[in-house]
Design a protein around this ligand. Structure first.
Ligand SMILES: CC(C)(COP(=O)(O)OP(=O)(O)OC[C@H]1O[C@@H](n2cnc3c(N)ncnc32)[C@H](O)[C@@H]1OP(=O)(O)O)[C@@H](O)C(=O)NCCC(=O)NCCS
Length: 428
């Protein structure tokens, strides 16, 4: 995976906006431990995390060093810690058809509560999008703490995730015979194999991103900053021919009643259906456990078909997850493939003036060509709505009902939607 850090200077417009607010924008030299630690502390505090220990700081420095790391400073405050943070890097995003498109991944957006609502986030986000646009990166992506924040910058929710609560005293396995071999392992011993399994999973499904070592390791086992790391367990799945094809990392929580432990799945990775069924079966048949909780699963998780009692495996929530911001309409639309042929003129509006325009999208044998046009539009939509339908999620009709896509919504839906919904199974 390519990373971007050095050589992308601060955005001048952002620097001006921050200066007008009496503050200062700067890139953090991530090899300067003292400056980077201040940034990391501000980031943890921004998400109401505990104060990071020396060990956690050291681990975080290692993990985050390659990202382009930006800070806003208030030079008047004694601590000299940033009052605003953001970092970014280029991550490959899998799109329908299997191409992996370089996308500007944005994370660690925080503003100190002492400096909130003065336009710091606005300056930072605008700067990230302009930097990516200047570099010709066609998409920006992020996962969000709150879904009300990023629409104003042209991001739209493009994948959704499900959270599950499975009453394992109620359900029995109904998913047919399972194959392969399961065994306990340790993160240190499994790390390289686990990263390779994750890469196979992430390459295979639209919406998933290529993971840095840090993002992969967090799924394989606990980080120093994880709660109760001693409770984590890791089980690997190997196919009947010995191929590593999946794993599950999970934590077990005790209960006064010893037969009613709760399992919280940290991550379940399955590169094949055989791995998926074997790992789910393992979780559902654990002794001394009454509930399994799983998060960040796809909206098409097959659990209802894998259990004897559908209501014993309940969806606790469905939430927006990956948000996509299209920066270059022709590049984005030609990078993916389509399951139906067709032609549409799209009028894309963009308040930030980065990606707007009228484009003719012609799809033949699943492959798109996109040209600018002045012909009448079949569909008019803001760039956020285009981001929402881009990866194939079934969202166009809802956006049409809400007035956020106008024109021939059904034609747009037929062209963009995919039989397998996109999924992102991690946070970043
Ligand atoms: C979210 C956060 C970064 C916003 O920073 P900020 O500097 O206060 O935001 P700004 O002043 O630049 O606000 C820009 C616009 O976004 C709106 N906005 C910002 N945060 C919002 C929120 N949490 N909910 C609703 N609107 C919000 C502002 O009202 C403003 O809207 P306007 O231009 O229409 O008036 C900050 O509140 C924060 O650090 N929150 C905790 C960490 C977090 O959730 N980060 C996001 C990670 S994905």
């Amino acid at each position: 995976m390519s990373q971007s850090n050095e050589n992308v200077p601060v955005d001048e417009q952002s620097a001006r906006e921050v200066e007008e607010a009496g503050l200062r924008l700067g890139l953090v030299d991530t090899s300067d431990a003292e400056a980077f630690d201040k940034w990391i502390r501000a980031d943890f505090r921004g998400f109401h995390g505990g104060a990071p220990s020396k060990e956690v700081l050291e681990e975080s420095r290692g993990h985050l060093a390659d990202r382009r790391t930006t800070a806003v400073y208030d030079d008047g405050i004694p601590s000299k810690e940033p009052v605003g943070t953001v970092n970014s890097w280029i991550a490959p995003l899998t799109v329908p058809g299997g191409a992996r498109v370089n996308s500007w991944a944005i994370s660690s957006v925080t503003v100190a509560p002492t400096h909130r609502r003065r336009g710091i986030a606005r300056a930072l986000l605008g700067g990230e999008l302009r930097a990516a646009h200047r570099l010709g990166v066609p998409l920006a992506i992020l996962t969000v703490s709150e879904s009300v924040i990023y629409g104003r910058w042209g991001f739209g929710p493009a994948t959704f995730v499900s959270e599950w609560r499975i009453d394992t005293k109620r359900v029995r396995w109904a998913g047919g015979p399972t194959v392969g071999r399961l065994s306990f392992t340790e993160p240190e011993e499994y790390r390289e194999t686990g990263r390779a399994v994750l890469d196979a999973v992430m390459a295979a499904r639209p919406g998933e991103i290529g993971l840095s070592a840090h993002l992969a390791d967090r799924l394989i086992g606990p980080l120093k900053s994880s709660d109760n790391p001693e409770r984590y367990r890791l089980v690997r799945y190997d196919s009947p021919t010995g191929e590593p094809e999946g794993f599950v990392s999970f934590g077990v929580k005790g209960h006064d009643d010893f037969v009613r432990h709760t399992v919280e799945v940290n991550h379940l990775a399955a590169a094949t259906d055989e791995a998926l069924t074997a790992l789910w079966r393992f979780l559902l048949e654990l002794d001394l456990v009454s509930e399994v909780r799983a998060f960040t699963r796809g909206v098409d998780e097959p659990l209802p078909a894998l259990v004897s009692d559908v209501r014993g495996a309940a969806v606790a929530s469905i939430e927006d997850h990956l948000w996509v911001r299209i920066l270059d309409v022709p590049a984005a639309l030609t990078a993916r493939t389509y399951e139906h042929d067709g032609e549409l003129v799209l009028d894309v509006t963009d308040d930030l003036g980065l990606a707007g325009g009228r484009y003719r999208l012609s799809v033949t044998d699943g492959v798109a060509t996109v040209t600018e046009t002045t012909d009448a539009a079949d569909v008019t939509l803001p760039v956020a709505s285009l981001g929402s339908v881009y990866l194939g999620h079934d969202f166009a009709r809802a956006l049409g009902v809400a007035g956020k896509i106008e024109g021939d919504v059904l034609a747009l839906d037929r062209l963009f939607r995919t039989a397998v919904p996109p999924r992102l199974s991690t946070w970043f």
